[in-house]
Design a protein around this ligand. Sequence first.
Ligand code: NDP
Length: 255
Amino acid sequence: MSARFDLSGRVALVTGGNGGIGLGIAKGLAEAGAAIAVVGRDEAKNAAAVRELEAMGATAAGIEADVADAASCAAMVERTVARLGGLHILVCNAGINIRKPPDRYSAEEWRRILTINLDGTWQSCLAAYPVLCEAGGGKIITNGSMLSLFGAPFAAPYAASKGAVVQLTKSLATAWAKDNIQVNCILPGWIDTDLTRQARRDLPELNRKVLERTPAGRWGLPEDLAGTAVFLASPASDFVTGTAIPVDGGYSAQL
Ligand code: NDP
């Protein structure tokens, strides 16, 4: 392992780390040497993810928390520090979507999507900030989407939340550069997870459209996000901050 990408002795907290993209990222960070706090609402899913990480030889702890709740975000950081001895890398990955035409959303659905995707990212970052400062710096990776860049007729609140996550990322990057905290966003293309399996059920044409539009000609896998996450979590990216990096098989490069 090149020292530039070595995460030995680092502790990473991954929200939504118990499945899908979050677990793909958690495995990448663990392979690079980090200890992992797997955060999600479902204790059984957290425990299963911890077992997978431990089977790789990693140190991992499952932490039940709901990023929609600011107090729960504060508690997840406290518990990470208590169980793993510190915090150096925060991955704000937890997110949800509900697909329907814009005029069909209830006020509660709009609020739920914005609260988890946007407020959850904000609250996680604020909870981690003092601990990262105390450690002399750190890395924050947020999770956007192709819908941070594009609109879609079936995901107005999700797109609004993910566009805002990029602007939040840039703002925190500019504010916290003085604290040696780099804040960057990953923009996943279409990745095969529970979230998009549900989308394929909701939107029968989606599979064909994704394959036609993605130059790589395939859906991404959760492990496709790992390399970029390791880069953004490691000393290799110490002069990289405020960026939003597509990991999308070329989807956003093609008209
Ligand atoms: P999954 O549905 O597979 O995973 C979502 C994860 O988020 C789960 O681990 C879930 O755990 C956790 N989660 C959801 N709500 C909360 C909450 N309130 N508090 C804590 N954890 C929560 O989705 P993906 O892996 O596909 O998506 C992960 C992220 O990537 C999301 O932000 C999504 O928007 C983004 N993304 C996904 C794309 C894709 O193609 N799959 C494309 C672009 C972006 P639990 O249920 O235990 O709480």
